[in-house]
Design a protein around this ligand. Structure first.
Ligand code: TRP
Ligand code: SF4
Length: 337
């Protein structure tokens, strides 16, 4: 396949802090594969971070940097993908304005993922609990992110699909109003990804303090895994266990080791021949082994902040060049030049 005939993908991640294993298995491992096949644009969505964190910006820049470190150490490769920061590509903001003019208000108000976000904010009851004009425009900004590079596919998790559906509608409306077929209606690219729970059995997330960060050290990782919930009916080490009721540790084994190993753990557990503490200790060792090269790379990169910054600047420059072409086209069809 020649460079030109490659289909294009765009995806982003909000910069809200250091990434955890849920991000790794849910998103980054997938991107790493996709970058081999697609013309890939991956960006750090710092404007989207602002939609809910507008009054806590002291970490904004550090978060961008940390996300970049996590991506690069996990194998998102600037030689293969265009890696950039959303706010470094001002064309996206301009396109967002154009799109905001043609998007009916009730389209965004219907977006179920946005409704969930608004509900979560109200529950918090903080100064950020108001749904701002910017938050309402969340899916419109996402449309700008995608349309800016005329992407064919958008690799996302299931929760983001309503946004991408809305993006399709907005792009179609744009094409209709301005009588063009230049802009691609993007499709979500869903992949089978294991949902990774936090060590307490809830959804993995830093606010629950149940997450294992890519950047955690071995000791922290081991401690977190040792604290994981297991089959609660097991009181003594030689009680027969029920792996199917051990939703964290047993599921992690499935993610981190081979089918044979999972069968072995299953059998040892059922016969009461392995204690939960030992099981978790072995698992922690396995997890640390898998993460060791990633963490090593992260430590090395952290020694070279200028290099990381340069990668982001280079990628953003490349993205700007592409974006400007599309923006020129937008202005041409809107007849604003
Ligand atoms: N909303 C996405 C998330 O929270 C991040 C995102 C912003 C995105 N713009 C995007 C994803 C464009 C795909 C395409 O995960
Ligand atoms: Fe879970 Fe392992 Fe304990 Fe079995 S032995 S219940 S799989 S932690």
């Amino acid at each position: 396949m020649t460079e030109d005939s490659k289909k294009r993908i765009v995806s982003g991640m909000r910069s809200t802090g250091k990434l955890h294993l849920g991000h790794y298995f849910g998103v980054l491992a997938n991107w790493k594969k996709l970058q081999e096949q697609y013309d890939s644009f991956f960006f750090i969505a710092d404007w989207h971070a602002l939609t809910t964190k507008f009054d806590t910006t002291e970490d904004l820049a550090t978060n961008v940097y940390n996300v970049a470190l996590d991506w690069l150490s996990c194998g998102i490769d600037p030689e293969k993908s265009t890696i950039y920061v959303q706010s470094y590509v001002p064309q996206i903001a301009q396109l967002h304005i154009f799109l905001s003019m043609i998007t009916p208000q009730n389209w965004v108000e219907r977006d179920p993922t946005l409704k969930d976000m608004a509900k979560a904010l109200r529950l918090k009851g903080s100064s950020e609990s108001q749904v701002s004009y910017g938050l309402l425009g969340y899916p419109v900004l996402m449309t700008a992110d995608i349309m800016m590079f005329n992407a064919n596919y958008v690799p996302v998790g299931i929760d983001q699909v309503p946004h991408v559906e809305l993006s399709r509608d907005i792009v179609r409306r744009f094409n209709n109003i301005y009588k063009t077929d230049y802009f691609v209606e993007p499709e979500p690219l869903l992949t089978q990804i294991p949902l990774m729970k936090g060590v307490d059995g809830n959804k993995m997330g830093k606010s629950f303090n149940n997450d294992i960060k890519i950047s955690d050290d071995e000791e922290t990782t081991t401690k977190k895994i040792m604290s994981a919930i297991t089959d609660r009916s097991r009181l003594r080490r030689d009680d027969p266990g029920h792996p199917e009721d051990c939703e964290v540790v047993y599921d992690y084994w499935k993610i981190f080791d081979s089918e044979e190993k999972v069968k072995e753990i299953d059998s040892l557990c059922r016969k009461g021949e392995i204690g939960c503490a030992q099981c978790k200790r072995e698992l922690a060792k396995k997890v640390n082994e898998m993460l060791a090269p990633i963490r090593q790379k992260r430590l090395e990169l952290a020694q070279k902040p200028e290099l990381v910054r340069e990668i982001l600047m280079e990628g953003s420059k490349k993205a700007q060049t592409e974006a400007q072409k599309v923006l020129d086209k937008v202005k041409e069809v809107v007849r604003m030049y």
